[in-house]
Design a protein around this ligand. Structure first.
Ligand code: M6R
Length: 616
C-alpha cells in the first residue's frame, strides 16, 4: 500500500520522480522520499536520500533546493505499516555504507529475525521498518556479486512476504534493480529513459507500452534499455501490454476533486460495463467467464467475498442472485472468510470483488477457496491484477482508473457486473427467460441516464441535506432490502471522507437498540424509494420522527407524501427495485463528499487510509 517509482535516463530524475509520486499518492501519503544519484567533482557517484513526513507536496518543497543534474533515482510514497510516519521510517532506506538505497511496497514477514541476524553481523538500523532489512541484505549480497540485480535476487531469496521493490547502488551508476512478489510493478521504456512504478498511472506520460512484472521476475533498468530475468537469473522476454486509456483519466479535468469527478463519470461506467454483454440471441455474453454454462448450472451455493465498499456491492448482489437464480448466496468480509472453515464443495462459486484487484485479504480468501475446490470468479477494475489472474473467470468493471481513495464509480461498476452475473446465473438455471433477460438488460442500461438525471437535478437538494448534517456528531443510515444494502455504503462513505461518525441499520432493527441514539435534531438518512417494503420503511421513519430526528429521505420522484415526515428529500427517478442500489447510491456519495468539503476534509485522501490495502 505504498507507491514506488524509479527513473534512469537523460532527463532530470527528481522531476520525473515527483510527478510519478504525485500520481501514486492515492496508495499512501504518510511520508515520501527519493534517492538521487549525484556525481561529485572527482567523478565519484553518491546517493542523496531526501525524505519528508506528510504528502509529496512537502517533499517537492524540499527538492526545490536540489539541483537538476541527477538523471537516475527512486522514490516512494508511504502508508505506514511497520513504524509510525517519521523521517526515519520514510523510504528510501539506505544500507550501512550509504551506497545502496531501496524503496519497497509490501510486507517482509520475517523481518524481525532477519533484522536480528543482520544486527548480529554488525549492521546498524536507523528505522523501525521491515523494509530496511532489504537494504542491508542487498549490501551483503552486493559484496559478493558486485552486480546489483544479482544482489537483489540473492536478498529476495532470504525474504518471506510480499514485495515490489527498486534499488539503486552508487557503485553501478544509472542502474535500477527491480523485483516483484505479490506487489504490483510495471516497467516501461520511454524516449528519454527507463521507468518503473507501482502503477501504470505514473508511467503513462512516458510510454503506453508496459511490462507488468510477474512474481519471481527481476528487471535491470539502465538509460539505454531494460533487461528482464527470472528467479534463476536467466534472461526472459516478458509480454508487453499496450495501455489504451487516456491520461485525462488521471487528471481532475476541471473538477475540484477526484471524488466528484469520479461520481460524475458513473453514467459512462454503466454504459461501458454493459457494452457487448448481450448477444443478438438474447444470451448474456461474458467472454472472460472461464466457466462453461454446464459448470455454472451445477453451482448450488455462492459466496461473495470482498472488503469495504466492495463488500457492500456483494450485499446488493445477494438480493439479486437469490432473487433471480434462487441460489443461496452469502456475503462475507474476506478477512473473516479466510480464517474460518466455510462449507465449500466443487459446486460452490466464490465471487471475489475488488476494485484494486490486490487487496491482501481478498487474495488470501481466493487462494483458500481454490485450495478447497471452489470455482472462483473475480470482479475487478484492474486488468491483469492478482484477483484477475488468480480467478477462473473475471468481469472487468470498466470504471477506469479510480484515484480518490473513496470508491464511487468502481462501486457502481461492481454492482452492474454483479447484476450481469446474477442475470446469467438466472438464465443458466432456467429461472429467467431470454425475454426477461432482455428487458432487465435494457432497464439496467437505462440507469446510466437515470444517474445523469440525478447528477443534473439533485445537487442542490443534496447540498441542503449536507448542510443539515455537517455539524452533527453522528448520523444513522437506514433502509430495507436494497435500501439496507446501500445504507451500509452510505455510512461508510460519510465516515471515511468527512470523519463524521455514521452507522447503518436495516430500518426494522432500529427499535431493537439504535433508536435510543435519537434525540431532537439527530440526522437519519433513509432510503425510502418505492419498493415492496416502502410502507415498512416509512413506519420505521415515523418512529424516528416522533423522537425528533432530522430526516433526510431518498425518495422516488413523484412521492409527495414523504415530505410529511422528511425534513429534506432527495429524489431519484422511478426504477425497478433490483436496480435501485445503482441510482440511490449516487446521492449518498454526493452527500458524503459535500459534507467532507463543508468540514474542510481532504476528500480525495482521507486521513489514515490508502486506496489499495495490500496488507492483512
Ligand atoms: O480494492 P478493493 O475493492 O479490494 O478495496 C476494498 C476496500 O479497501 C475499499 O472498498 C475501501 O473500503 C474504500 N476506501 C471505500 O471507499
Amino acid at each position: 500500500m505504498c507507491g514506488i517509482v524509479g527513473y534512469t535516463g537523460t532527463d532530470t530524475a527528481k522531476d520525473i520522480l515527483l510527478a510519478g509520486l504525485k500520481r501514486l499518492e492515492y496508495r499512501g501519503y504518510d511520508s515520501a522520499g527519493v534517492a538521487l544519484e549525484r556525481t561529485d567533482p572527482a567523478g565519484e557517484t553518491h546517493l542523496d536520500v531526501i525524505r519528508r513526513v506528510g504528502k509529496v507536496a512537502g517533499l517537492e518543497s524540499e527538492l526545490e533546493h536540489v539541483d537538476d543534474e541527477s538523471t537516475c533515482g527512486i522514490g516512494h510514497t508511504r502508508w505506514a505499516t511497520h513504524g509510525r510516519p517519521s523521517v526515519a521510517n520514510a523510504h528510501p532506506h539506505a544500507c550501512c555504507g550509504g551506497n545502496i538505497a531501496v524503496v519497497h511496497n509490501g510486507i517482509i514477514e520475517n523481518f524481525a529475525e532477519l533484522r536480528d541476524e543482520l544486527t548480529a553481523r554488525g549492521h546498524v538500523f536507523g528505522s523501525e521498518t521491515d523494509t530496511e532489512v532489504l537494504a542491508h541484505l542487498v549490501e551483503e549480497a552486493y559484496a559478493q556479486t558486485h552486480e546489483l540485480v544479482a544482489a537483489v535476487r540473492k536478498a529476495c531469496e532470504c525474504v518471506v512476504g510480499a514485495y515490489g521493490l527498486a534499488a539503486v547502488c552508487a557503485d553501478e551508476p544509472g542502474v535500477i534493480a527491480v523485483a516483484r512478489k505479490d506487489s504490483p510493478i510495471v516497467i516501461g521504456r520511454g524516449e528519454h529513459g527507463s521507468y518503473v512504478a507501482s502503477d501504470i498511472i505514473a508511467l503513462i506520460d512516458a510510454t503506453r507500452d508496459v511490462v507488468v512484472l510477474e512474481d519471481g521476475q527481476f528487471a535491470r533498468l539502465a538509460p539505454e534499455g531494460i533487461t528482464y530475468t527470472d528467479a534463476q537469473g536467466e534472461l526472459i522476454e516478458p509480454e508487453v501490454t499496450h495501455i489504451d486509456w487516456d491520461i485525462d483519466m488521471a487528471e481532475k479535468g476541471g473538477y475540484p476533486d477526484f471524488m466528484l469527478k469520479e461520481i460524475c463519470e458513473q453514467p459512462r461506467v454503466v454504459r461501458d460495463t454493459l457494452v457487448g454483454r448481450l448477444a443478438p440471441s438474447g444470451e448474456l455474453d461474458i467472454d472472460e467467464l472461464g466457466l462453461t454454462f454446464e459448470e455454472l448450472d451445477l453451482i448450488d451455493r455462492v459466496y461473495v467475498i470482498a472488503c469495504g465498499t466492495s463488500y457492500h456491492a456483494g450485499l446488493v448482489a445477494k438480493n439479486l442472485i437469490e432473487g433471480w437464480a434462487r441460489i443461496p448466496c452469502e456475503v462475507e468480509a474476506a478477512s473473516e472468510f479466510r480464517y474460518r472453515n466455510p462449507i465449500i464443495t466443487p459446486s460452490t462459486l466464490v465471487v471475489a470483488v475488488s476494485q484494486s484487484g490486490e487487496t491482501a485479504d481478498t487474495l488470501a480468501a481466493i487462494r483458500d477457496a481454490r485450495i478447497k475446490g471452489a470455482k472462483v470468479f473475480g470482479i475487478t477494475n484492474v486488468v491483469g491484477s492478482p484477483v484477475a489472474r488468480e480467478s477462473d473467470g473475471v468481469i472487468y468493471t470498466k470504471a477506469n482508473k479510480e484515484i480518490a481513495v473513496a470508491s464511487t464509480k468502481s462501486f457502481i461498476g461492481q454492482i452492474v457486473s454483479l447484476t450481469l452475473l446474477a442475470m446469467l446465473l438466472g438464465q443458466v438455471k432456467g429461472k429467467l427467460t431470454t425475454g426477461q433477460v432482455r428487458m432487465l438488460f435494457r432497464e439496467l442500461g437505462d440507469t446510466a441516464a437515470q444517474i445523469q438525471y440525478i447528477l443534473d437535478s439533485q445537487r442542490e437538494a443534496v447540498h441542503e441535506a449536507a448542510l443539515a448534517c455537517k455539524d452533527a456528531p453522528s448520523a444513522l443510515f437506514v433502509g430495507r432490502g436494497m435500501g439496507a444494502a446501500i445504507s451500509y455504503e452510505g455510512a461508510l462513505k460519510l465516515k471515511e471522507v468527512s470523519y463524521l461518525h455514521a452507522e447503518a441499520y436495516a430500518a426494522g432493527e432500529m427499535k431493537h437498540g439504535p433508536i435510543a441514539l435519537i434525540d431532537p435534531g439527530f440526522p437519519v438518512i433513509a432510503v425510502t424509494t418505492k419498493s415492496p417494503v416502502y410502507d415498512k420503511v416509512v413506519s420505521n421513519l415515523k418512529e424516528c420522527e416522533a423522537r425528533g430526528a432530522k430526516i433526510i429521505a431518498l425518495a422516488t420522484e413523484g412521492d409527495e407524501d414523504i415530505k410529511q415526515i422528511a425534513d429534506h428529500v432527495i429524489y431519484i427517478p422511478p426504477v425497478r427495485d433490483a436496480f435501485s442500489a445503482i441510482t440511490a447510491s449516487v446521492p449518498l456519495q454526493l452527500l458524503a463528499r459535500d459534507v467532507a468539503v463543508m468540514r474542510g476534509c481532504d476528500v480525495d485522501q482521507p486521513r489514515n487510509l490508502a486506496k489499495s490495502v495490500t496488507v492483512e
